[in-house]
Design a protein around this ligand. Structure first.
Ligand SMILES: [Zn+2]
Ligand SMILES: [Zn+2]
Length: 355
């Protein structure tokens, strides 16, 4: 027999099978689940009219149902485009192994090592070159029996399944999925390393810092700047443009020439890696500072041109295709989220890791 709870169940199955999805798609998906359940049982007339209020009720109900399982359906704004995304966080077992269940222990160890390298990258770059990513195989303890090509395959699979983001420049960064599903793990392992946004308090791994040292996302900057021209924290007069020199980039644009050469860990930030047995001597030049060649100057240019789809953050296009009849054009995805702060919690004051 079909019941009202079935729309929730259907919806959760849809969410789980996708990992994460945009708020827009989540709302479409929920509408469809209600339609499906209604049409399966005559006389059953669940109503859902998609609106912010009704969606909030759905989220509350879903979370009430998930509570007993220590799961939570949470929102996270994707940092390059400012798109609100939703996913399910495991509140209890934050261990990577419990989330990425289809990976072997070695692959999980490798993933954790990559997360560490990304988070510890100097200058708040929060990204690593493919050279460094592959070199991490040699650092695994116990020694991993992984060849370079297996390493490359594993890396590709992390990207394909949404656990890592790979930029056009070939650098690996934390994906939105990882920032959602492994939030607990990241917070417990790296409590101080990722600066919180002064506006929404969420992690900033792509964004910028004000001269006061506080970080802010691009989409949060836009919302704040529309209302006030001073920094929320230090009252400095802000430029109109987020790409202005007064802001120090966080993320790929913060990378400097020699950053690829070094390896940073939590234990010892100076832990130089000199063992020479890199996974590939013939690695296709990613260890070279290709940035200069691209005329990167001081990150200005690429920041301005980065805009849209630099990071392959998620498979939303794919999901979108699945829900064909509600498909709307790309431009719709750009919509910022209704002039409302991405996350409602009050920002905490906290010092950030310096540059
Ligand atoms: Zn923010
Ligand atoms: Zn400031």
């Amino acid at each position: 027999m079909v019941s009202a709870g079935d729309s929730q169940r259907l919806f959760l199955q849809g969410v789980l099978s996708r990992g994460i999805l945009s708020e827009k798609l989540a709302r479409i998906l929920y509408t469809k689940c209600v339609d499906t359940v209604n049409s399966a049982e005559e006389g059953l007339n669940l109503s859902y009219k998609d609106s912010r209020e009704e969606w909030e009720t759905v989220v509350k109900d879903v979370n009430n149902a998930l509570n007993a399982l220590d799961l939570q359906f949470v929102r996270q704004v994707e940092q390059t485009k400012g798109i609100p995304m939703w996913g399910i966080v495991n509140m209890k077992g934050d261990e990577v192994a419990q989330v990425a269940t289809d990976y072997s222990p070695v692959e999980i160890a490798y993933f954790k090592a990559l997360v560490e390298q990304i988070i510890m990258a100097p200058r708040n770059a929060f990204s690593i070159s493919s050279f460094l990513a592959l070199r991490e195989i040699n650092e695994l303890k116990p020694k991993a029996n992984m060849t370079k090509s297996q390493g490359e395959e594993t890396l590709a699979s992390f990207v394909n399944r949404g656990w890592l983001a790979k930029s056009k420049r070939g650098r690996y960064a934390l994906s939105t999925r990882t920032l959602i599903e492994l939030k607990g793990y990241i917070k417990s392992e790296y409590p101080e390393q990722i600066p919180p946004c002064m506006f929404c308090d969420d992690f900033v791994t792509i964004g910028a810092t004000c001269k006061c040292g506080r970080a802010i996302h691009r989409h949060c900057f836009t919302q704040w700047r529309n209302r006030r021209s001073q920094c929320k924290e230090c009252n400095a007069e802000w430029a109109q443009n987020y790409d202005d020199d007064m802001f120090t980039p966080i993320g790929e644009d913060a990378v400097a020439e020699n950053d690829n050469a070094r390896r940073y860990t939590r234990q010892e930030e100076d832990d130089e890696d000199e063992d020479g047995e890199t996974p590939s001597q013939s690695q296709s030049g990613s260890q070279k500072p290709a940035k200069k060649a691209k005329g990167k100057g001081r990150a200005k240019k690429s920041r301005a041109s980065r805009g849209d789809d630099d990071m392959l953050v998620d498979d939303d296009e794919e999901v979108e295709a699945e829900i064909e009849d509600d498909e709307e054009d790309e431009a719709d995805y750009e919509e910022k989220d209704d002039a409302e702060p991405p996350v409602k919690s009050e920002p905490r004051r906290r010092s950030t890791r310096g540059g």
